[in-house]
Ligand binder design. Sequence first.
Ligand code: DAT
Length: 177
Amino acid sequence: MRIAVTGTPGVGKSTLAKLACDTYGWKLLTVQGLAETHGLIVGHDALDDAHVIDTDALFDILDAEPAAADEGIEIIDGHMAHMLPVDAVWLVRCDPAVLEGRLRARGYRAGKIEENLEAEAMDLVLQEAAEDDMAVVMRDGTRRTPQELLSAFVDAKGNPLNTTDLEPVDWSEWLLR
Ligand code: DAT
């Protein structure tokens, strides 16, 4: 089973993905690493100092080699992971008021911070994932430790949740600030 761990930059995807794989022995992949492996970094966004990845081509490559049932669980971490052929999407959320401090600490330019906070406040990744009719498990990581957040994405036996289950979040207060 392939699971995308997605969400706006800074919400805690990498922390969660690494903890999940360390805890359960799952395989950890990243969108960035897959793009490098397959030669799909097609440019560089100078303004945001970010790689441009051909996600359509990466989709086709992964689609041609689906994860076999006996190969265990594979996590793909990245803010575009929900655009890839996966069996479930784990969508991590974070209150924009908290996310702002994390993105500032990363040294993002002001415009990039604002774009990402708005995307988070307006459920952009959820809308994108819903368009593709995928199983989405959404959890708010704002006030959970990484361990508590991981527990919210697995059942009592440690099996990954893989049917749609959206924990409500409401950051309209941030939008109306
Ligand atoms: P992402 O991979 O979504 O960009 P990250 O895992 O790198 O995010 O985490 C961004 C920052 O937030 C990093 O400084 C660690 C911190 N962080 C991650 N998960 C957290 C949590 N559950 N509670 C508090 N801080 C968290």
